[in-house]
Design a protein around this ligand. Structure first.
Ligand code: LMR
Length: 399
């Protein structure tokens, strides 16, 4: 009998599996509202102009491909820290932040999870209900037990902050709490500044450890605005804050797998020890990170002209998403139902549409429109050419 004779067939991934099914669909009108990827008004996945120019600079240099340090390129680490904490951050001046280049935001989450589990083997991880499904999978794979905390209230399409905070207040100290910095995935419902401040006090008083996932910086209000929650946690004096950030969306570098893990420590001496352990974790997983994505990001962020170009391209993406959100709301409003006015209040790439699994299946089967079973739709894939088709299909499946 084969060694693998009893290996069970794993289910397809709830998000990336949708893209596989969409790719295989021969219908010309097909639309992929599954995965969180930004498409332009023509429905194309494009390379940002700032990235193209940085790539030209790098190609002209024909740089060698030696190993880079285990924790990544120093210029990339510096630029990432400035983006998250601000150039004048005292934490950076005090050398209290450990940042490591990782394989996308997912790699940052997993490296952080592995490191935290080595320090806190008995801790639990608390994840919002709902959340990005891979949070649960990767923290469980790192060895944590998982609990969830209420987050979304379908009746208001917003955050149920009272339920969230009372659940968090009941957690034992040193529970790791996953929070989304902005553009909550999948709901698009974020905390207000006042709610962040209240959360910060609660986390500090209950000695809970925030692990902030920031995959969509710049997709709601702006680069520093979208990192506001992190700033509030730090200003509240929380000693340990862990952050995973990603350039997949903000630079359109999905396939380069480029992100970073940052850990705020008590002091420089502690940071040196934490850095050494994070490097061990990386070395035991993939040895050291790849060169190209980090070189691109560092080149763009460190060059004032490219940086300005990137910021304007990011603003264009952000604004277009807001336009198509409104486009969907307006089209459905004209037809009278369903009421999707909440879609224009949500932030980022996603809308938690409230469509049921059965309605999502009908969208796919009858209209070649692909969404996640949870009803999450990626509004960043809407455009003026497909909005009518999508709106009409939604009307059909809710009827
Ligand atoms: C998403 O939620 O669609 C993205 O973060 C892509 C992914 O890896 O799931």
């Amino acid at each position: 009998m084969s060694v693998f004779a009893r290996v069970a067939l794993a289910p397809s991934d709830p998000i990336l599996g949708v893209t596989d099914a969409w790719r295989a669909d021969p219908r010309p009108t097909k639309v992929n509202l599954g995965v969180g990827v930004y498409y332009d008004e023509q429905g194309r996945l494009t390379l940002l102009e700032a990235v193209k120019r940085a790539e030209d600079v790098l190609v002209a240099k024909h740089h060698t491909r030696g190993y880079i340090p285990i924790d990544g390129r120093p210029d990339y680490i510096r630029a990432t820290q400035h983006l998250i904490f601000g150039k004048d951050s005292t934490l950076l001046a005090e050398n209290r932040v450990v940042t490591a280049q990782t394989l996308g935001g997912t790699g940052a989450l997993r490296t952080g999870a592995d490191f935290l589990h080595s320090v806190l083997p008995d801790a639990t991880v608390a994840i919002s209900r709902p959340s990005w499904p891979n949070h649960q999978v990767l923290f469980a794979a790192a060895g944590f037990s998982i609990v969830d905390y209420p987050y979304y209230d379908p009746s208001t399409h917003g955050v149920d902050f009272a339920a969230m905070t009372s659940a968090l207040a009941a957690l034992p100290p040193r529970t790791v709490v996953i929070v989304h910095a902005c553009c909550h995935n999948p709901t698009g419902a974020d905390l207000s500044p006042d709610q962040w401040r209240e959360l910060a006090v609660l986390l500090r008083e209950r000695e809970l450890i925030p692990f902030v996932d920031m995959a969509y910086q710049g997709f709601d209000r702006g680069i520093s605005e979208d990192a506001m929650g992190i700033q509030i946690l730090l200003d509240a004096g929380i000693g340990t804050v862990v952050i995973a950030n990603s350039y997949s969306k903000s630079f359109g570098l999905y396939g380069e797998r480029i992100g970073a893990l940052s850990i705020v420590c008590a002091d420089a001496e502690e940071a040196a020890r934490v850095r050494s352990q994070v490097k061990q974790t990386i070395r035991a997983t993939y040895s050291n990170p790849p060169t190209h994505g980090a070189a691109l990001v560092a080149t763009v962020l460190e060059d004032p002209e490219l940086r300005a170009l990137w910021e304007s391209e990011l603003a264009t993406m952000r604004d277009r998403i807001k336009t198509v959100r409104q486009g969907l709301v307006d089209r459905l409003a004209v037809k009278g139902r369903p009421d999707f006015s909440f879609v224009s209040q949500q932030a980022g790439m996603f809308s938690y549409s409230g469509l049921s699994k059965a309605q999502v299946a009908r969208l796919r089967e009858e209209f070649a429109i692909y969404a996640v079973d949870s009803g999450r739709i990626c509004v960043a894939a809407l455009n003026q050419a497909n909005l009518d088709h999508v709106a009409d299909a939604i009307i059909q499946v809710v009827t």
